[in-house]
Design a protein around this ligand. Structure first.
Ligand SMILES: *Cc1c(COP(=O)(O)O)cnc(C)c1O
Length: 365
């Protein structure tokens, strides 16, 4: 008997190219889109190692844990790194990026995370892109957590390297990922003696052996199941409509924030300004004396299926993450999370769960 997951016809180069084209349409980009055969960290690292080197001066914006990682890779490549760290409860502004260029006109590379699922903020990429483009620097963007939850438009925003993964708001697989690469970024890589070549991290290999060859022969056996899952997930987004999928995430974030504000008990949105809050996931700050990871455990004991988590590392003490993305970007999930958090918090202090759910439902619409 044939097995649905195992006994598949090989994935053709033509089908692979078609999936790349669909992803390109999702990003509304005419840049080359390369689907990398690994989790998003693969193109994230490959794009930095491909374009940065000892001659690079990088402005690395840190609005969460991924920015730290990018800075480490950049330093490892020999780049001079200027870190611009902003508190996790807010977003970076285009003005701060401008000021960094004023102070260090030699900056020729900017790395930025669009939305941070880990900290719940989102950055104004369109405005920042305008600044970066005027300065002629290469613009690298991690849009893994934003794609599907809010617009991601590399061409309109002047992003040279835009990395996405399907495992968050796209509701897809984690095992493959994609990066759109501008002509300038390809030039930078071609001129970089330190860019990975003949390596799994190499984007240039895909350029030279896949794209320049007319996308007729794959470099190696593709991750077939993940490619099919990516195709299915893009197909589903196309069928629902990208606008509809993004609206669901916007509503989930707005409802979670509105509910948390009314719930009381000292719980509040971690990100202060609504405009700086990511549609992909909402972070909440626990009141003094309430350990976030313990509150999450109590809430999950009421309903283990809820997408609740405590913040990573030291944030586990004070941050709750409501991961209302992908299939969890629904009113039922938001209601469930608020009700469970309210019940857990209400064991010790007075909370208004009914009021919170009413406010959340209103904000959802
Ligand atoms: C989720 C995410 C990634 C991918 O990392 P995983 O933890 O492996 O899913 C990369 N960048 C950002 C900003 C993310 O939120």
């Amino acid at each position: 008997m044939t097995h649905p997951l195992l006994d598949l016809a090989p994935l053709s180069a033509a089908r692979f190219a078609e999936i790349e084209d669909r992803v390109a349409r999702l990003l509304d980009t005419r840049q080359d889109v390369v689907i990398m055969q690994g989790e998003a960290l693969l193109p994230l690292e490959g794009a930095i190692r491909g374009t940065a080197g000892p001659g690079t001066t990088a402005l690395n914006v840190i609005t969460g844990p991924y920015g730290q990682t990018f800075g480490n890779w950049l330093r490892d490549c020999g780049a001079k790194v200027i870190d611009l760290a902003v508190p996790f409860h807010t977003a970076v502004t285009a003005g701060q990026i401008s000021a960094a260029f004023e102070e260090h006109p030699e900056i020729d590379f900017v790395s930025l995370v669009h939305a941070e699922a880990a900290t719940g903020n989102t950055n104004p990429v369109a405005e920042i892109g305008g600044v970066v483009r005027r300065r002629g620097a290469l613009f690298y963007l991690d849009a893994v957590a934003s794609v599907g939850a809010e617009p991601v438009l590399p061409d309109a925003w002047g992003v040279d390297l835009c990395v996405i993964g399907a495992q968050k708001a796209m509701g897809g697989p984690a095992g493959v990922s994609a990066v759109s690469v501008s002509a300038r970024a390809w030039e930078r890589m071609a001129a970089n003696p330190g860019a990975p070549r003949r390596s799994y991290l190499s984007l240039l290999d895909w350029k030279e052996r896949w794209i320049d060859g007319g996308r007729r022969a794959l470099l190696h056996a593709p991750a077939q199941l993940e490619m099919l899952a990516l195709e299915a997930c893009v197909e589903r987004i196309e069928a629902d409509g990208l606008e509809t999928v993004m609206a669901r995430h916007r509503s989930a974030a707005a409802a979670t924030r509105a509910g948390a504000r009314v719930l009381g008990g000292g719980l509040e949105p971690y990100v202060h300004e609504d405009g700086a809050a990511a549609p992909v996931a909402t972070t909440l700050r626990t009141p003094g004396g309430v350990v976030a990871s313990e509150l999450v455990s109590r809430a999950l004991s009421l309903d283990p299926a809820l997408p609740l988590a405590a913040g990573g590392g030291a944030l586990a003490a004070e941050m709750i993450r409501v991961n209302h993305y992908g299939a969890d970007a629904t009113w039922e999930v938001v209601r469930g999370c608020l009700a469970a958090l309210g019940a857990a918090l209400g064991e010790n202090v007075s909370v208004d769960v009914e009021g919170a759910l009413r406010a959340a439902e209103e904000a959802w619409r």
